[in-house]
Design a protein around this ligand. Sequence first.
Ligand code: CA
Length: 229
Amino acid sequence: MDNSNVHILIVEDELRIARFLQIEMEHEGFRVTTEENGAKAFELIKSEDYDLILLDLMLPGMDGMTICQRVREFSQVPIIMLTARDDVEDKVNGLDIGADDYMTKPFAIQELFARVRNVLRKSQGSSQMNGDSYRVGDLVLYPHTYEVEVAGEPVQLTRREYDLLEFLMRNKRTVLTRDQILEQVWGYDYTGDTNVVDVYIRYLRAKLDDRFQKKYIYTVRGVGYVIRD
Ligand code: CA
């Protein structure tokens, strides 16, 4: 199994444990980032697109529960909580506020790997084309009927807006340059203003991000745009 495109954030202030997890995870081929401060970790999660987060509970800066709760306001990234031994109440709370799983320290690394594979399988299954639709969080696009909805509520798009959204969603998590978007959505022979991409991104944001108070479409400064949850 190729894990090199799976980026894991380990948030753990016990450096011995963080280092151990990093070595083991990298040995499995994962890309790994570690952060010991909770507040800094939250900033990282807001700006980077991780595939999985291993989250300790007691952290300087911001505790794991708060991080989990706040992350769930904008992202469904899988989170496995690392709890202290016998902290049953914390486990229950963790799952209540949106963690996908938890591990009680100390744990066997093989058990952690099993849980990591499990949550990745679930989240990767939902990120690809799901039956006859593309999904980014609760934004769903049905290519066969040209329908788009957010949390079950229909969204009316013009044909061009739809084409742009479909191209972004087919390439979820991939940053697309303005040139790529122009070629794919407007065609190779388009000779008009390249600002048209930015204009249509604005239209989409008004109908999706702004209307539903969410963030789907991200600007990557100097490069282009990416859609992700
Ligand atoms: Ca800790």
